[in-house]
Design a protein around this ligand. Structure first.
Ligand SMILES: *Cc1c(COP(=O)(O)O)cnc(C)c1O
Length: 425
């Protein structure tokens, strides 16, 4: 059965045994379950996985060493985990129309590292979103391998529209002749123009790497444009909008398959996490169904309405809205900084991130904004009816009104992510 959007998810874990054996740890897990079930989960990159994904993660595949690829492993006894990995690869290729998929990256960052390793050598020039404009750490941060090993040049967004300035991207590409161009962001709420990026990459002879870590789930559900036809390599996470286990994914054409596979193993990783690979297969299976398409479209509809209603609360929503699950907003019109805004929301049981809008006025805080997303609350079953309530709760929390925690709990308890848990209490 496909989980419908809003269908109640129940984890398969029976906490009773753990509670008997290790009450200290069981207490932590149950408290976290309670936190996830009573607070508003608005971290943009988070979601609630399905029972099938959790079952695979909690399976004995966690015990298996399987260095290598199906049919070519360094270890014995891999016949069955081979089947799981083949399923994950076939489903990923079918879901995104890709010729090749590597499902072994431990995380989104590992996938980006492998993509660079497949296409670049240290010292190469790479053009990517500048970090203050939404680039990820792996897009050239000096504290990350990317900024240490490659020469990153950053493109930005237009100060008036907040949108990517493609003229600037083209000018920088012509001036710096990068070996690769990276598109994709942690906070930009609009889709990259993949065709425009492809054209610029072709003009300067660069590879195009799409880091679709946030949006690939929306692509699977037909609610976002697919980068696969345009990019040489697509990197993603499997735990954000894709709603699978924590992990990474790489998609590419057949001609790059060998380079990508060798860049993952043995170049940058050891044995794959086969329980996670199996959980990715489960997630890709779910994402192929009509219920997931309905979910992905609902995520975007929710985010659009939430962005509009947050603007009504006095926040300055970047780019005036969103095309995705992501909302980035400047809270300085309310006389707040992002750290204080995040703290006031947290005190009210609303979990979201601080964020530094690229052109915001300086505040006494380290940043002027917040970043949030609708992937998790949509999995819980919230729809357009609830979005004005969510915006109002955020507005009240930011104004430090009384009684917001109780109202947040009241709303969230109507949409339990994991109601059927056996706690052994
Ligand atoms: C989340 C994200 C990553 C990293 O994923 P991890 O699983 O946290 O390593 C990389 N790139 C972008 C654009 C992301 O949003």
């Amino acid at each position: 059965m496909e989980p419908a959007p809003g269908e109640i998810h129940a984890p398969p874990a029976d906490f009773a045994a753990l509670r008997r054996q290790d009450p200290e740890l069981a207490g932590v897990l149950l408290a976290e379950l309670d936190r996830q079930s009573t607070c508003l989960q608005l971290i943009a990159g988070e979601n609630f996985t399905s029972p099938a994904v959790l079952a695979a993660l909690g399976s004995p595949l966690a015990n298996k060493y399987a260095e290598g690829y199906p049919g070519h492993r360094h270890h014995a006894g891999c016949e069955l985990v081979d089947l799981a990995e083949r399923l994950a690869v076939e489903r990923a290729c079918a879901l995104f129309g890709a010729e090749h998929a590597n499902v072994q990256p431990y995380s989104g960052s590992s996938a980006v590292l492998a993509a660079y390793a497949a296409l670049l050598v240290p010292g190469d020039t790479v053009l990517a979103t500048a970090l203050p404009h939404g680039g990820h750490l792996t897009h050239g941060s000096r504290s990350n391998f990317s900024g240490r090993w490659f020469g990153f040049v950053g493109y930005g967004t237009d100060p008036d529209t907040g949108l990517i300035d493609y003229d600037q991207v083209r000018d920088l590409a012509r001036a710096h002749r990068p070996k690769a161009i990276v598109c994709g962001s942690i906070s930009h709420p609009r889709h990259p123009d993949y065709a425009a990026f492809r054209e610029i990459a072709d003009e300067v002879g660069a590879y195009l790497i799409a880091d679709a870590a946030h949006t690939l789930g929306l692509v699977a559900g037909g609610a976002a444009p697919n980068p696969v036809p345009y990019a040489d390599v697509v990197c993603a996470t499997t735990h954000k909008t894709l709603r699978g286990p924590r992990g990474g994914l790489i998609l590419c054409g057949e001609h790059l398959a060998g380079r990508v596979d060798r860049a993952v193993f043995p170049f940058s990783q050891g044995g794959p996490h086969m329980h996670s690979v199996a959980a990715k297969a489960a997630a890709f299976g779910e994402a192929a169904g009509p219920a997931f398409a309905a979910y992905a479209h609902q995520v975007v509809a929710n985010a659009r309405l939430l962005a509009r209603t947050l603007a009504g609360e006095g926040l300055d929503v970047l780019t005036g809205g969103t095309d995705t699950h992501l909302i980035a907003a400047d809270v300085s019109p309310l006389g707040l900084g992002g750290v204080r805004a995040r703290g006031r929301c947290a005190a009210a049981g609303i979990v979201l991130d601080k964020y530094a809008p690229p052109y915001a006025a300086r505040t006494d805080d380290s940043c002027a904004g917040i970043r949030l997303g609708t992937a998790a609350i949509t999995t819980q079953g919230m729809r357009e009816t609830e979005m004005p309530q969510v915006a109002a709760l955020i507005g009240r929390a930011l104004r430090e009104e009384r009684g917001v925690v109780a109202d947040v709990n009241g709303l969230v308890r109507r949409f339990p992510p994991y109601p059927a848990v056996t706690t052994g209490a």
